[in-house]
Ligand binder design. Structure first.
Ligand code: FAD
Length: 326
């Protein structure tokens, strides 16, 4: 065991209630997407001695492509996801108030799901205040309204990395067991398919269009999943809009953006009466989907991957679950 350290844990926001400097563990976190960074951050807050190793950082991760709004989408199992998501929501909300540099704002979210008046709240809503209200867009009668923190990956990922005690080591890992430390945390997202041969992990392609803010209310995010294979969402950032989307099983590398998909998304925005600005580019990413997030310990290795379309939404809840496994 290594010696206790004083590092980012001292500067932490929303520290782990269980933080203890008595049981400092030397940890290698593999992966520097939102899952690896949030895990490393939580473990440092808990007083552990953490190093992060990653093949890629920033713009080349799936995390950089995300709309990054809080919304439990394409992740399981439901009961754990609801619990991890609720914890992450509280953490992100706290960060939004504590430090604007983290790139987080709490938006008013509307989910249009086509359910009738009197429908039961969504499966993820235990302990979360949701209201059934008129939808704020054309052609849709009712929506669930709730408060949803939204991160901007281009601000939030460097913010998390910048709070770690050590710089990220850039290299590919071929064997988790060969990594140093008392514990190795596997946060490699889709990379876990090759790294640990996980056949349950599949890639769900997502594509978003980035547009100028236009006349859209930037305090409001809208998801329309009345037709799941034509899901639409609008996620405002400080200076731009993210418009999606899709979720398509995909084999192979990240493909080029599909122009017809962009056209469909823009047409949906128009049909809902959303006055978006000009589209400047598209982003494509592969969500690391697994029927159930893998969060378990096997000897020295703790796995934390397979968060599908909800990596930002589950990041802190899962990080704290990892901390509990130390
Ligand atoms: C279009 C789109 C929109 C999305 N919108 C949202 C949203 O609004 N809200 C939300 O919560 N989620 C959203 N998601 C999902 C979210 O992006 C993912 O769940 C999340 O990024 C997964 O994070 P990760 O850290 O597991 O993976 P990644 O970001 O892919 O990071 C994996 C890391 O592991 C490293 N790695 C992999 N293999 C190795 C290896 N062998 N050796 C060393 N390093 C390795 C990589 O280099 C990288 O650093 C969206 C995804 C897409 C594609």
């Amino acid at each position: 065991m290594s010696q206790p350290i004083r590092g980012a844990a001292q500067r932490g926001v929303g520290r782990l209630a269980t933080a203890s400097y008595a049981a400092c563990v030397e940890v290698t976190v593999v992966g520097a997407g939102v899952i690896g960074l949030a895990t490393a951050h939580a473990l440092e807050e808990a007083g552990h001695d953490v190093r992060v190793v990653a093949a890629a950082t920033g713009e080349t991760t799936t995390s950089s492509v995300a709309g990054a709004v809080w919304f439990p989408y394409r992740a399981g199992p439901p009961e754990k996801v609801a619990r991890w998501a609720a914890r992450t929501r509280a953490w992100l909300t706290e960060l939004a108030a504590a430090d604007p540099a983290a790139g987080i704002e709490v938006l008013t979210a509307y989910e249009i799901d086509g359910a009738p008046e009197g429908a039961v709240p969504p499966w993820w809503a235990a302990g979360i205040e949701v209201e059934r209200v008129p939808a704020p867009v054309a052609g849709a009668p009712l929506a669930w309204r709730f408060a949803a923190p939204r991160a901007e990956p281009a601000r939030f990922l460097p913010w998390l990395a910048g709070r770690l005690r050590r710089p990220i080591e850039r290299r590919s890992v071929a064997d988790l067991a060969a990594e140093r430390g008392d514990v190795v945390v596997n946060c490699t997202g889709l990379g876990a398919r090759a790294l640990v041969g996980d056949a349950q992990l599949t890639a769900l392609l997502g594509q978003v269009a980035i547009a100028a803010p236009g006349a859209v209310d930037r305090r409001v995010t809208v998801t329309d999943d009345r037709t799941p294979d034509r899901i639409f969402y609008l996620i405002p950032r400080r200076d731009e809009l993210v418009l999606g989307g899709c979720s398509i099983v995909h084999d192979g590398d990240v493909p080029a953006a599909d122009a017809s998909l962009r056209a469909r998304i823009v047409a949906q925005a128009a049909a809902l009466g959303l006055a978006i600005g000009e589209v400047s580019c598209d982003r494509v990413g592969l969500r690391p989907f697994r029927p159930e997030v893998r969060l378990e310990r096997q000897g020295r290795v703790i796995h934390n991957y397979g968060h599908g379309g909800a990596g930002f939404t589950l990041s802190r809840g899962c990080a704290e679950a990892v901390a509990a496994l130390l």
